[in-house]
Design a protein around this ligand. Sequence first.
Ligand SMILES: *Cc1c(COP(=O)(O)O)cnc(C)c1O
Length: 355
Amino acid sequence: MKKHNFNAGPSILPREVIENTAQAILDFNGSGLSIMEISHRAKDFQPVVDEAEALFKELLNIPEGYSVLFLGGGASLEFCMVPYNFLEKKAAYLNTGVWAKKAMKEAKGFGEVVEVVSSAEANYTYIPKDYSMPADVDYFHITTNNTIYGTELKTDPDVNVPMVADMSSDIFSRPIDVSRYICIYGGAQKNLAPAGVTFVIVKNDALGKVSRYIPSMLNYQTHVDNGSMFNTPPVVPIYAALQTLRWIKANGGVAEMEKRAIEKADMLYGEIDRNKMFVGTAVKEDRSRMNICFIMAPEYKELEADFMKFATEKGMVGIKGHRSVGGFRASCYNALPKESVQALIDCMQEFEKLH
Ligand SMILES: *Cc1c(COP(=O)(O)O)cnc(C)c1O
């Protein structure tokens, strides 16, 4: 039976990304060796990093003066690297959920952290928009897509301070104005590659402004100076990321990814709103295109496990909601075909007919 992969992360990748990576694991570039058993400094591997970096810049329209890094540690290590490198006195954070809170927690070890506003009181079902920004902060940190709660900032906020963004789960799903940010980072395992590589887009002239000592591995400058090769980078995930970047380009780039994301999200939210058995959890205007969260309507609450079983039997994978929201979460990343969204909608409609 065909599986429809709605996993939140690690998550679906384009089939050709998996096939090309599998091929390179068996025989990299016809060398007779696996990509897993060659030096990251081999002359064959450097072009992989170079092309991945060039495609990042091209696809996201990254201006001059920025570096793209491929590191280890996940987005979670960036929660501490960001304040290590940029927080001298004070930073502002938008608290939109678990990941934002974890980022704030790390920053508190480095300076004053201002939570400009939070939607915690409503279990993070919306993106708060009413806040004032202290003028003297070193940066304003946002989480553009809240993977757990299914809310998303679909446009770049307009503030007068430099921004830092965790874009782990919506990178390459819409065009962004990189010039508004000094740093954009994310774990690759949601929309780009298998787990193991972290992407960081950093503005070069924003570095070197804090007075503390920064350990080499945690200093962005180290990785800028060494082209992500200060130590052994995650070679296989970088190779897979390159395949995804090529796939995005061949499929019309980020503008086309956004168009598809809107189409898929409109289809599924349309069904959630139409179907009497389900309700969406996020406030409509802040609904994420990447992680679509919904629960049973109160009068059908006891059918939650039944629907889960019904959908699983029809090939749906990974639709269980995060424990802090409950219900269901259908992650609709770039690689998820429209047919999978339609298959889930068909399930919801058939289930409605049965009841
Ligand atoms: C998954 C996720 C993280 C955590 O990423 P790791 O790479 O596992 O550290 C952080 N932020 C967001 C928005 C995420 O979706």
